[in-house]
Design a binder for this molecule. Structure first.
Ligand code: LLP
Length: 426
C-alpha cells in the first residue's frame, strides 16, 4: 500500500505531481509520503498489544523529517550507533523509547545512551556486557539489558541479510544463553530486563518467525526458573514488504501480530518490535531522469542519472525495484525490453536486467519504487557524485528534508597537505 498514484497522466506523491517536483529541485531525488509512513506505522501498531513498544529501526531511514513524522505517531526507535541515537533524540523520540542494538557499541556510545536514559541495550556478546558494566558503574548507573540470542533459525531470505543462523556474528548462541545471563546477573552495572532476538530482514513467511519466537519463549521460562527477572521480549524486525506490485504480498502485520499473540500467550512480558522496512520501504521512491537510451548489440540500455551510489540494493542484494515512468503510459504505448543502468563505472551499476517498460526517451522521468528503506541511508558519493536530496510530501505540501550535497561541498571536505606548496591549498 502506498500513496504514489497516477492522476491526470502523471505520477503523484499524495497531491504533489512528481514532474513538477523534478523541475523544482532537479533529479535524482528521494521522495517520501507522510500518508504511507503514517498508515504503515498505524497498521503495524494496531496489530500489537497497546503496551508494545514499536521502535522504528532508524537504519532503514534516518531522515529527521521521517523520524519526526513517526515520533508524532508515538514511535520509539531502534538505533545502532551514536549517530542514530542523536538523530532519534533530535527528532523528539525520548530516550525511554529508544533501544540500542548492534555488535560494535563503543564505550563512548554506551555512555551517551545511558545519559540519554535509554530504554534498553540489546547486548550481543560477553565482552560488550563487561564493557557496558564498566561504563554504567563509572556513571553510578545500572544499564537495562536484554541479551540478543541467536536462535539458529534460517529466515529464508537473502544471505546478506540473514542474521539468525549459527554462523553469523550476531547475538549469542541460544544454547549458551543461560550461562551468559548468569554472568550478567553477577555484574553490578547491569540490570537484566529481558530477551532479544532478530533473525533477518525481508522475511516473507511466518514460519521462521514462529520458530525463533518459540525458542525465545522457551528460554524465558528457563531464565525465570534460574531466578532472572524477564519482563520484556524484544522480537526484532524483519517482516518483509512487497517489492513487486504483481506478486503475492508477504504476510500482513495483522497475521504477524496474531502469531506473536499466539506464541507469547500468558507469558506476561512487554513486547518490543523493531520494524524498519515495513514502515518505510513503500513510503519512498527514487525519481531519476533518463540521460540516454543507448542501443547495444543485443540490448538497449536506459542510462539513468541515478546510480548504484544512490540506491545500492540491486547491486548489493540483486534486489528488485519496480520502475514506473512518471508520465503515465497511454494504453497503446508499446513495451520495450531494457537494461536499466546508472552512470557509475561498474558493471554492477544495474537497476534492472531485461525489464519490459513502456518505450522511453531521453529526459523521461522514472520512479524506482519501494526505495524508502535502505535507500538514501546507504548512499555514497562514489564517482564524486553529489548526494541526492530527500523530499517529504504531506498532502499538497512538500519539503526538502535533506538538500542535495553538492559536488562543491563534497570537494570542500578534502584537504591538500601543506607539503605541496603550489598555492592550491586552502
Ligand atoms: N533490528 C535489528 C537488530 C536489525 O539488524 C534490523 C535490520 C532491523 C531491526 C530492521 O529490520 P527490517 O524490519 O527493516 O527488516 N540493507 C538491507 C537490509 C539490512 C537489514 C539490517 N538489519 C536491505 O537493503 O535489504
Amino acid at each position: 500500500m502506498n500513496h504514489f498514484d497516477y492522476k491526470n497522466g502523471v505520477l503523484y506523491a499524495e497531491d504533489v505531481a512528481l514532474d513538477g517536483l523534478a523541475r523544482e529541485i532537479g533529479t535524482p531525488f528521494y521522495c517520501y509520503s507522510t500518508a504511507t509512513l503514517t498508515r504503515h506505522y498505524n497498521v503495524f501498531a494496531a496489530a500489537l498489544p497497546k503496551s508494545a513498544l514499536v521502535a522504528f529501526s532508524v537504519k532503514a531511514n534516518g531522515n529527521l523529517g521521517v523520524l519526526k513524522t513517526l515520533a508524532e505517531l508515538g514511535a520509539g526507535a531502534d538505533v545502532v550507533s551514536g549517530g542514530e541515537l542523536k538523530k532519534a533524540l533530535a527528532a523528539g523520540i525520548p530516550g525511554n523509547r529508544i533501544v540500542f542494538s548492534g555488535v560494535g557499541k563503543t564505550k563512548e556510545e554506551m555512555s551517551l545512551a545511558l545519559k540519554a536514559g535509554i530504554y534498553q541495550f540489546n547486548v550481543e556478546g560477553e565482552p560488550e556486557l563487561e564493557a557496558l558494566d564498566e561504563v554504567a558503574r563509572a556513571l553510578h548507573m545500572r544499564a537495562p539489558v536484554t541479551i540478543r540470542v541467536n536462535p539458529d533459525v534460517d529466515a529464508k531470505t537473502h544471505a546478506k541479510i540473514t542474521t539468525g543462523t549459527a554462523e553469523t556474528k550476531f547475538g549469542i548462541p541460544w544454547t549458551k544463553a543461560r550461562d551468559v545471563y548468569a554472568h550478567a546477573a553477577r555484574l553490578r552495572g547491569i540490570e537484566i530486563v529481558g530477551v532479544d532476538v532478530h533473525i533477518g530482514s525481508q522475511i516473507t513467511e511466518l514460519a521462521p518467525f514462529e520458530a525463533a519466537f518459540r525458542r525465545v519463549v522457551e528460554l524465558i521460562a528457563a531464565l525465570r526458573a534460574d531466578g532472572h527477572k524477564i519482563a520484556r521480549a524484544d522480537l526484532g524486525g524483519g517482516l518483509g514488504v512487497p517489492y513487486k506490485l504483481d506478486n503475492t504480498p508477504p504476510p500482513a502485520p495483522d497475521a504477524y501480530g496474531a502469531l506473536i499473540a499466539k506464541v507469547t500467550e500468558g507469558l506476561d512480558v512487554q513486547l518490543v518490535l523493531e520494524p524498519g522496512r515495513l514502515i518505510a520501504a513503500n513510503a519512498g521512491i527514487l525519481v531519476s531522469k533518463v540521460i540516454y537510451v543507448k542501443p547495444g548489440l543485443e540490448k538497449t540500455f536506459l542510462v539513468l542519472d541515478a546510480g548504484m551510489n544512490d540506491l545500492v540494493r540491486p547491486a548489493m542484494y540483486d534486489a528488485h525495484h519496480d520502475i514506473l515512468p512518471v508520465k503515465e503510459p497511454r494504453p497503446i504505448t508499446a513495451n520495450r525490453r531494457y537494461d536499466v543502468v546508472g552512470p557509475v563505472c561498474e558493471t554492477a551499476d544495474l537497476f534492472a536486467r531485461d525489464r519490459d517498460l513502456p518505450e522511453a526517451a531521453a529526459d523521461d522521468l522514472m520512479a524506482l519504487m519501494t526505495a524508502g528503506a535502505y535507500g538514501a541511508v546507504m548512499s555514497s558519493s562514489y564517482n564524486a557524485r553529489a548526494l541526492v536530496p530527500e523530499v517529504l510530501v504531506h498532502g499538497a505540501k512538500w519539503c526538502v528534508v535533506r538538500p542535495r550535497v553538492t559536488q562543491e561541498a563534497l570537494i570542500a571536505l578534502d584537504r591538500i597537505p601543506d607539503w605541496f606548496d603550489d598555492g592550491s591549498r586552502s
